[in-house]
Design a protein around this ligand. Structure first.
Ligand SMILES: NC(=O)c1ccc[n+]([C@@H]2O[C@H](COP(=O)([O-])OP(=O)(O)OC[C@H]3O[C@@H](n4cnc5c(N)ncnc54)[C@H](OP(=O)(O)O)[C@@H]3O)[C@@H](O)[C@H]2O)c1
Length: 363
């Protein structure tokens, strides 16, 4: 089979591409950054595609030449391109599929794309899913709960950073937000089955792991996996978390933005047993996956660096501003320059200590 994958360079997209190539399919990866994808997947074809710049159904027809199926693993949690990526691009792609000989269409949506979320993310995801369902193709909509792997990106990196915090574990509110996490390789297994017909078309499934866990339980599981000692929870009030989300949106959004926080609040729990029955296989529990793939220093480094990254950036900024201020005051002949040197050096010292602690950890 020849399969066009949207969002092929993303977290889920990469794992799907790897699985499809392993299954013997030909893959056409649609990505924004062509060269890294080409180097990672030399056996795949690559198409440069910007989903927020509609280039029409004809452009899609050319990309779809010879393709039997499409997997849409593209998505964006917030920002100005949400509708273009989740709705307009899907509409044009479906229009092109109709005349291009494509039979199957696997849409990766999200279990939290519910109207009650009240976000443009959820609304546009639901609208895109409805377009897929209304098509004459052999469609399957997969709405996974939290998808995780040993590698992490976006939301899972944030969770891992919470898990790696020293002394205490910050949790949004009571940390009782529910998830039924599924490993990315189990999700890729589901996609593989959608393509070869073991999962029947024209149904919407919710890929979920066998256990529903609270956010606090997930963070504790990651902490144990990282080999770190238990830490006391620090319950951060939700209004403060939402305020952090507003600031994050001003700085570019992402997994800390308001949409991401709302999607966590609205709930990501589903029925893993129902999914296992429908899909013909049982995804493994998070603990099982984490035991299969023990963590090493790179995972701990990454988790800690995620947590200290804003501090490092802040320290660098204060250091640079402090240094500039010292130089300016010195030039002006001010006598308090010595104190400013301390202000400038203190962040650099913090930076050194943080890096020193990190590079001590080699296993
Ligand atoms: N990860 C989870 O836990 C989870 C759970 C449920 C549902 N989902 C859904 O699954 C889908 C994939 O998620 P993910 O975790 O793999 O996220 P991801 O790593 O951010 O991947 C999203 C992909 O979409 C692509 N994309 C976004 N905007 C684009 C644009 N304007 N033009 C072209 N490509 C664009 C990205 O391209 P670049 O590589 O160039 O950035 C990336 O490849 C999303 O729809 C998400 O909502 C994820």
């Amino acid at each position: 089979m020849k399969v066009l994958v949207l969002g092929a360079g993303g977290f889920i997209g990469r794992h799907v591409c790897a699985r499809l190539l392993e299954d013997g399919h030909a893959v056409v990866g649609c990505v924004r950054r062509v060269e890294p994808f080409r180097r990672m997947f030399p056996r795949a074809e690559t198409e440069a595609v910007r989903l927020d710049h509609a280039d029409g159904a004809d452009a899609w027809r050319a990309r779809l030449a010879g393709c039997d199926a499409v997997v849409n693993a593209a998505g964006v949690i917030g920002g100005g391109a949400v509708r273009a990526v989740h709705v307009e691009a899907v509409r044009e792609l479906l229009e092109a599929c109709a005349g291009a000989g494509v039979r199957r269409f696997v849409q990766i949506s999200a279990i939290s794309a519910k109207p009650e979320a009240g976000t443009d993310y959820a609304a546009s995801k639901a609208e895109g899913d409805a377009l897929v369902r209304a098509s004459a193709l052999e469609w399957i909509v997969l709405r996974p709960s939290l998808v995780y792997a040993e590698s992490s990106y976006g939301g899972t990196s944030v969770l891992r950073a919470l898990a790696a915090c020293p002394a205490f574990t910050p949790l949004p509110g009571r940390g009782d937000q529910a998830f039924s996490p599924i490993h990315v390789e189990d999700l890729a297994e589901a996609v593989s089955r959608c393509l070869d017909g073991r999962i029947a078309p024209r149904q919407t499934l919710e890929p979920c792991g066998p256990r529903t866990m609270t956010l606090a339980e997930i963070v504790c599981a990651w902490r144990r996996w990282l080999g770190l000692p238990p830490a006391r929870p620090l319950h951060v009030p939700m209004p403060l978390i939402r305020a952090i989300g507003a600031v994050a949106d001003m700085l570019g959004g992402g997994p800390m933005g308001r949409n991401a926080i709302r999607q966590i609040e609205v709930g990501n729990a589903g029925d893993g047993t129902a999914f296992a029955q429908a899909a013909g296989f049982a995804p493994a529990a998070m603990e099982t996956w984490l035991q299969r793939r023990p963590a090493h220093a790179p995972e701990r480094w990454h988790a800690r660096l995620m947590a200290v990254r804003p501090l490092l950036r802040g320290a660098l900024a204060i250091g640079a501003i402090g240094t500039a201020a010292v130089l300016a005051m010195r030039a002006a002949g001010a006598s308090i320059a010595g104190a400013w040197i301390l202000v400038a050096l203190a962040p650099a010292l913090l930076l050194l200590i943080a890096i020193w602690r990190l590079i001590e950890d080699e296993r």
